[in-house]
Design a protein around this ligand. Structure first.
Ligand code: 8P2
Length: 441
């Protein structure tokens, strides 16, 4: 079990578990429109083993059982995401009544179980119809998303404990438009430059629209790595710093300082949208809280072969998870204190932290991973970071994007043939931490 006690975090600290619509819902029915992940995963070669989110964890039908798992585990909150194409199948225009009904029942189910709904408006499942119109490369997405955000707020806002506009803008932009690993699978520096701006413009535009509706407890969720040089050479030190710019400072500087870092701008060069500086007041709209997703560190070396972003990742020596990421708890303490010291005194939530492990229900390594990272949260709080909550990723084994179902992050094992849920040892560790009991269901 964990070495920490619930009281160590203070009585107001929130513990939750997190999921995302495309990764768990399935339910490609009842008026749900196509998403870019439906098309990306249907394209051979994009997702391991040809896996798709067509069924996933069948959460669309099994959500009561999944909410029971959260409640029985003693969690205070549930971080979930709305599927834009389930609510507005074409992305703009008419809403889908059955989609609204699903989230009505889901949110009411949380409240009935004493779970605080922590919502994310966008966790990567863009309506395909909007991709047909340019998707994130089209500046108009800011208006499309703002209208969607206002719809969500009008139907559900009064019941939400917190609302994040976008999950991991770096993944929406760089991973999906520069590296091509996620949907829509572009490998294009011009697309990446434009989306790196448009995703934050979209966030800020939605914040303004939601404020106009009186919405409260608004934030965004960004992912951070401890970006380090692979050696002490000046070139590698510069490579580590540049990756810190690409992954961390682009979003921190944009959101909290209203400007993008010069070293990354230099790499994007002429590909940035014209007059983007005119948008920075919108990009850096004041927020009520900030979400941090943290998993690991990364090591970087100079790579002179590359004309832009001249760096390459180097495998590190630390123990690794089943997805190959080093286990580096210090990085969570470091990013939390860095954000608090250098960027914002807003309430912070660790909105995702967890590890992939090989299949099974006994996962002592995952227990140790969570225990160490919870220790980092406590250390960051002791250093002055106003960390208000922590969400484990993920409640369930689920569709792990390009890795398909091969990589399992769940506190609860899912047998995808039977959809049977089985709490793992790590779930029991949280249950003991949060309820004092270890009461197998
Ligand atoms: N990979 N990985 C696990 C996890 C992913 O499943 C989430 O959807 C993302 O928000 C974030 O990347 C982290």
């Amino acid at each position: 079990m964990f070495t920490h006690k619930r009281a160590d975090f203070g009585q107001d600290f929130i513990f939750g578990a997190a999921t995302a619509s495309y990764q768990i819902e399935g339910g490609q029915t009842d008026g749900r429109g196509s998403s870019i992940w439906d098309t990306f995963s249907a394209t051979p070669g994009n997702v391991r083993d040809g896996d798709t989110g067509r069924v996933a964890c069948d959460h669309y039908n099994r959500w009561p059982e999944d909410l029971d798992l959260l409640a029985d585990g003693g969690f205070d909150a549930y971080r979930f995401s709305f599927a834009w194409p389930r609510l507005i199948p074409e992305g703009t225009g008419a809403a889908n009544p059955k989609g609204i009904d699903f989230y009505d029942r889901l949110i009411d189910g949380m409240l009935e179980r004493g779970l605080k709904p922590f919502a994310t408006l966008y966790h990567w499942d863009l309506p395909s119809a909007l991709q047909d119109r340019g998707g994130w490369m089209n500046r108009d997405i800011a208006a499309w998303f703002a209208d969607y955000a206002v719809l969500v707020n009008s139907r559900f806002g009064d019941r939400l404990a917190a609302t994040a506009t976008i999950n991991e803008p770096w993944c929406v932009a760089y991973l999906s438009h520069m590296l091509g690993i996620h949907a829509p699978g572009y490998r294009d520096i011009r697309a990446a430059a434009r989306v790196s701006h448009n995703v934050l413009l979209t966030h800020g535009t939605a914040i303004a629209a939601l404020r106009a509706e009186g919405a409260k407890n608004l934030g965004i969720v960004c992912n951070f790595e401890s970006a380090q040089p692979a050696s002490d050479s000046p070139e590698d030190r510069e490579a580590g710093r540049l990756w810190d710019g690409v992954f961390n400072r682009w979003y921190l500087d944009g959101l909290f300082k209203g400007r993008y870092p010069d070293d990354v701008l230099a790499q994007f060069g002429p590909h940035m949208p014209q007059a983007y500086t005119d948008d920075m007041a919108v990009v850096s709209a004041p927020l009520d809280w900030f979400g941090i997703n943290y998993y690991s560190r990364s090591l970087w070396a100079h790579d002179p072969r590359r004309s832009a972003f001249p760096l390459r990742q180097v495998e590190g020596p630390l123990e690794k998870t089943a997805i190959g990421w080093e286990i580096y708890p210090q990085g969570l303490e470091d990013i939390l204190t860095r954000i608090s010291d250098d960027y914002t005194k807003l309430p912070l939530y660790v909105t995702e932290n967890g590890m992939a492990e090989v299949e099974g229900t006994d996962d002592p390594r995952r227990v140790a991973y969570y225990d160490a990272h919870l220790g980092s949260v406590l250390a960051a709080r002791q250093r002055g970071a106003d960390v208000r909550g922590y969400f484990g990723w993920s409640l369930l084994d689920n569709f792990e994007w390009a890795e398909g179902y091969d990589k399992r992050f769940g506190l609860v094992h899912v047998d995808y043939q039977t959809q049977k849920r089985t709490p793992k040892t790590s779930y029991r560790a949280f249950q003991t931490l949060l309820t004092g009991a270890n009461n197998p269901r």
